[in-house]
Design a protein around this ligand. Structure first.
Ligand SMILES: Nc1ncnc2c1ncn2[C@@H]1O[C@H](COP(=O)(O)OS(=O)(=O)O)[C@@H](OP(=O)(O)O)[C@H]1O
Ligand SMILES: Nc1ncnc2c1ncn2[C@@H]1O[C@H](COP(=O)(O)OP(=O)(O)O)[C@@H](O)[C@H]1O
Length: 207
């Protein structure tokens, strides 16, 4: 018996059907592809393009998108630092369950703090956490501004907006970095292909 968090007398219960058995059934390795970057950097676009490519190739995926999760699981959280930390912690735990289920889980959240992302990485041993850094300039993200949020942040109508008056800590050890090439942002298909190639090369697309 051990004490976990605020619970006492907690014992882990194992099941005979585990991750290995589920992976065999699905013909893939359960993992988490964690896409981090500024608002407007293309996180959701890569997540959806990658999910589509994998799905067409017969792989089981699930996208956990920051915006969408804030409609339900994380609807009680704001954008202050401690709530962003709790947001990432919860999504890291959910993503871990998806990976344990054998799914290729694609999480796309700003996740601005290095410590929070690293805590999610620590939840997933055996290289099952693959960080994708959308290393695109703030100027590009701001020029895109599909939701008009940068404009609201610049005029002070939104406070604490990432990249404007709230921090973004760039990753230093991401498995995959998506960046400008020859002054241009790669197409969504090319960005997805970059991740797909990594998964293929490193054996994630077989059990
Ligand atoms: N203050 C502030 N800062 C940053 N982003 C804001 C803010 N307020 C609202 N939004 C919108 O919320 C989306 C980011 O949610 P996340 O859960 O990914 O953020 S975080 O990881 O907790 O930082 C983000 O979506 P994306 O543009 O898809 O990144 C914004 O549309
Ligand atoms: N590779 C790309 N090339 C051109 N436009 C893109 C690309 N990726 C994303 N976009 C556009 O940029 C905007 C922001 O993309 P989105 O995926 O919503 O970013 P995020 O999820 O990081 O906020 C959208 O209008 C999207 O269509």
């Amino acid at each position: 018996m051990s004490n976990i968090g605020k619970s006492t007398n907690i014992l882990w219960h194992d099941c005979p059907i585990g991750q290995t058995e589920r992976q065999k059934l699905l013909g893939q390795k359960g993992c988490v592809i964690w896409i981090t970057g500024l608002s407007g950097s293309g996180k959701s676009t890569v997540a959806c393009a990658l999910s589509r490519e994998l799905h067409y190739r017969g792989h089981h995926t699930y996208v956990l998108d920051g915006d969408n999760l804030r409609h339900g699981l994380n609807r009680d959280l704001s954008f202050k630092a401690e709530d962003r930390t709790e947001n990432i912690r919860r999504v890291g735990e959910v993503a871990k369950l998806f990976a344990d289920a054998g799914t290729i889980c694609i999480a796309s959240l700003i996740s601005p703090y290095r410590r929070d992302r690293d805590a999610c990485r620590a939840l997933l041993p055996d290289s099952r956490f693959i960080e994708v850094f959308m290393d695109l300039p703030l100027e590009l993200c701001e020029a895109r501004d599909p939701k008009g949020l940068y404009k609201l942040a610049r005029t002070g109508k939104i406070k604490g907006f990432t990249g404007v008056d709230d921090p973004y800590e760039s990753p230093v050890n991401s498995e995959i970095v998506i960046k400008m090439e020859g002054g241009e942002c790669p197409s969504p298909k090319a960005m997805a292909q970059q991740v797909l190639s990594y998964l293929e090369k490193n054996g994630y697309l077989q059990a």
